[in-house]
Design a protein around this ligand. Structure first.
Ligand SMILES: Cc1ncc(COP(=O)(O)O)c(C=O)c1O
Ligand SMILES: N[C@@H](CCOP(=O)(O)O)C(=O)O
Length: 418
């Protein structure tokens, strides 16, 4: 395996602010991080990433949660509601069934708003506040909007969220609504919503907090850092593989960046980098298509459909960061049916781990890759579950057993139980 370590730590250019700058992932452009509002390269329109003059070691990390990793982040402290520090669960039944030597589930649904998005928002909304913007905005399949609404409320900034009409789970709309976001229901899918938000951001109407925002992705790196630390203390080793659901491909990109920086800092050997293994729903699988066909770019899917509405995405905007992440770590990508996703959601629930459908895709993907012989029995695997069961109560109720009506007296209940 060869990791493309294209200089996350190089001599700081003149534009750097306190050792932090933005760099284009395609051309040589470097930009001052906090002077202007910028999301993509002004020269070639490619994605940007945050770079640092100094990279931390594991010994530098202190405290708990996302801000334990402040030395790996572009700002010292964020707008916080205590995000991160999520549990790494053992799942003995699934471990036995899949025949994987060590299997753990990293449950990001245990974040304050019930998904991993909080890790990105604590950083991204802080940067927005420091830039002095008036209005925050995102397109969302639900979780980004719930997180942005909460962090927007916390920072007392106006928040606008664009959702695909009729395609967002009830819990997520309720969160965005109660936290005070202005909700626009768009006649189109998530990708259309993101096109519009990008236009609005380009016109200066709002500050974009989707994962195109390079600062937000820095917060999501902490998922990878936490997994490595937790896994090492639990099993004595770093994981061989991390299996994760893929939508807009922000997490895949963020984890890859976290690992590249650790390699660069001399904290992780190239051979120790976990294989990033992405899972998509069959009805929305442009990343899987690109990986399987050996393409460097994805082809946008205009018609997407899946019960896992969080990953109902046909144009993963972070593909240029995520495709190398999967390839360079020797990972892979796989598509799973909605039926397999629901089965996996039930299996996790049977072990006490309540997740929304998109999250269960990681377990469904692992099962499929074990069946295909891609994942070995002696691997140490972490499956990422990205959102809480209560996010999508309708999907949970449909996957679970129906309540049984009984009379309102003990005798009647006992008779029914017999
Ligand atoms: C619950 C859930 N899981 C997975 C994803 C996919 O994550 P990413 O967009 O980082 O690939 C999302 C959103 O995209 C999500 O809300
Ligand atoms: N699942 C996401 C889709 C948007 O992804 P983002 O990471 O680019 O904000 C959501 O919850 O909206």
């Amino acid at each position: 395996m060869s990791l493309e370590l294209d200089a996350p730590a190089e001599a700081a250019p003149d534009v750097a602010d306190d050792g932090v700058w933005l760099a284009c992932i395609e051309c040589d452009n470097v930009l001052a991080p906090f002077d202007d509002v910028v999301y993509t390269c002004p020269d070639c329109d490619s994605l940007l990433e945050v770079r640092y003059a100094d990279l931390p070691t594991f010994d530098d990390f202190e405290g708990r949660g996302v801000w334990r990793y402040d030395d790996a982040l572009p700002v010292e402290m964020g707008v916080t509601i205590q995000e991160g520090d999520t549990p790494l669960y053992s799942v003995p039944d699934l471990e036995e069934e899949t025949g994987v030597e060590h299997l753990h589930v990293k449950h990001e649904g245990m974040n304050p708003t019930g998904s991993f998005k909080d890790r990105g928002m604590t950083v991204g909304v802080q940067v927005a506040s420091e830039l002095g913007v008036d209005r925050l905005a995102c397109a969302s399949t639900g979780n980004t909007s719930a997180a942005l609404a909460a962090y927007g409320a916390r920072s007392e900034l106006e928040t606008l969220v664009l959702l695909p009409a009729g395609k967002v789970a009830a819990g997520k709309v309720a969160q965005a609504s109660l936290h005070g976001a202005r909700i626009l229901e768009v006649d189109g899918n998530f990708d259309t919503c993101l096109d519009i938000v990008q236009d609005l951001a380009g016109m200066g109407e709002a500050y974009l907090l989707n994962s195109l925002n390079p600062f937000r992705l820095e917060g999501q790196k902490t998922i990878g850092l936490e997994i490595l630390e937790q896994c090492k203390s639990r099993t004595g080793e770093f994981p061989d593989r991390i299996v994760l659901p893929v939508g807009n491909a922000g997490n895949t990109s963020a984890l890859y960046k976290a690992f590249r920086e650790l390699v660069q800092a001399g904290e992780l050997d190239e051979t120790e980098v976990p294989k990033l293994t992405g899972v998509q729903a069959e009805g929305a699988a442009p990343m899987v298509e690109a990986i399987e066909e050996g393409n460097d770019e994805i082809h946008r899917w205009d018609d997407v459909e899946t019960r896992a509405t969080a990953i109902r995405i046909g144009n993963p905007v972070n593909a240029p960061k995520a495709i190398p992440g999967i390839r360079e770590t020797d990972g892979t990508a796989v598509a799973v049916s909605d039926e397999r996703i629901t089965d996996a959601q039930r299996s996790l629930a049977e072990e006490g781990v309540g997740v929304e459908p998109a999250s269960a895709a990681s377990i469904a993907g692992l099962r499929k890759l074990r069946d295909r012989g891609v994942v070995d029995a002696d691997e140490n695997v972490v499956c990422l579950t990205t959102g809480h069961l209560l996010k999508d109560p309708d999907a949970a109720a449909a996957a679970g057993a129906d309540p049984e009506p009984v009379p309102g007296d003990t005798e009647g209940v006992l008779e029914h139980l017999d």
